[in-house]
Write a protein that binds this ligand. Structure first.
Ligand code: G3H
Ligand code: 13P
Ligand code: ZN
Length: 330
């Protein structure tokens, strides 16, 4: 058993309490490799932001559980070395079984998500409760989900979203004793969230997707005031980066993500954790493709992963400062 406390990590309790009270959200950035992790830590230290390092089960298999745990330990030491101590959580994203959650808790994670949102309400309650009872013995935080997001999560593909039913949240939170709740109000996973045809154009000609269902969020908040709420599927899919990818040999579809103003609005509520994975993938791919196209003679990975890391860092800093409002909160 390796406790996250021995690695210098934090659970999410204090982070969420402060974020709900302060009207900002903690960034939860997914990572699978060293350059992404370096960029996240550099950005969060430079902006003095708390951060959740987020690992999906697929990412854990890809990168190796032991390596990831030690990378998270290294992240804590690296942040200190960079000159500013920030709270860092290591979180399992979309855990689908008790066994996986337990394995993560036993191996240094300070927070886990048990995502039984595809099951019935009763099954979701039962599985979440089981994970919570185990996790809380070790002071590990647990996130659960009510409602289903469209898009791809690991091996699960949901064609359509099912919005969270506000009438269910109170009973769910009470019965499970969970620490935070992911909800479905119109965000979706992956790089292909909305097609241009699903959007309207504003006065400046910018494509605007259907707005998030803030009415549902408000209804949820009325029933569980101040309870920590999580937004998944919150990448903004920057059009300029997609254009760089496609101008340099890529073939990504035209797609529109979640507008940053809507995320900013959400941070003013009890939404205190915002999940971003796809934007990191897009920015990294754009930077690598550009080097490959501009300097086809390069073959040293540092020459293309280095620029990708720099671009990622700038993107994360921008999110912390201008979208999530987490800058200066560590
Ligand atoms: O919500 C899903 C995350 O973006 C993780 O994606 O399962 O491909 O690692 P992944
Ligand atoms: P994006 O695909 O919008 O980045 O969402 C990531 C996510 O929700 C991870 O759990
Ligand atoms: Zn997610």
């Amino acid at each position: 058993m390796t406790s996250y406390k021995d690695l210098g990590l934090s659970n999410t309790r204090e982070m969420f309490k402060k974020a709900v009270a302060g009207g900002y959200a903690i960034p939860a950035y997914n990572f699978t490799n060293m350059e992404q992790m370096q960029a996240i830590i550099q950005a969060c230290v430079e902006t003095k932001s708390p951060v959740i390092l987020q690992v999906s089960s697929g990412a854990r298999k890809y990168a190796n559980a032991t390596l990831l745990r030690n990378m998270a330990k290294g992240a804590v030491e690296y942040a200190k070395e960079l000159g500013y101590e920030i709270p860092i959580a290591l979180h399992l994203d979309h855990g689908d079984t008790f066994e996986l959650c337990k394995d993560c808790i036993d191996n240094g994670f300070s927070s886990v998500m048990i995502d039984a949102s595809h099951h019935s309400f009763e099954e979701n309650v039962a599985l979440t409760k089981k994970v919570v009872e185990y996790a809380h013995k070790f002071d590990v935080s647990v996130e659960a989900e009510l409602g289903v997001l469209a898009g791809v999560e690991d091996d699960v593909v949901a064609e359509k979203s099912t919005y969270t039913r506000p009438a269910e949240v109170e009973e769910f939170v009470k019965k499970t004793n969970v620490d935070s709740l992911a909800i479905s109000i119109g965000t979706s996973h992956g790089a292909n969230k909305f097609t241009p045809a699903q959007c309207t154009r504003n006065a400046d000609g910018v494509l605007i997707p259907p707005p998030l269902r803030f009415d549902i969020l408000e209804e949820i908040e009325k029933r569980i005031p101040g309870f920590p709420i999580v937004l998944h599927g919150s990448s903004s899919v920057p059009a300029a980066e997609i254009a760089i990818i496609n101008a340099n040999g890529g073939k990504m579809k035209d797609s529109v993500g979640i507008p940053e103003e809507q995320l900013r609005r959400a941070t003013k509520s009890a939404v205190c954790k915002i999940n971003i994975d796809s934007d990191g993938r897009i920015v990294m791919t754009a930077a690598v493709r550009k080097v490959f196209a501009d300097k086809p003679e390069e073959f040293d990975p540092r020459k293309y992963l280095g620029p990708a890391r720099d671009a990622l860092k700038e993107m994360y800093k921008g999110k912390n400062e201008n979208v999530l409002g987490s800058a200066g909160k560590a």
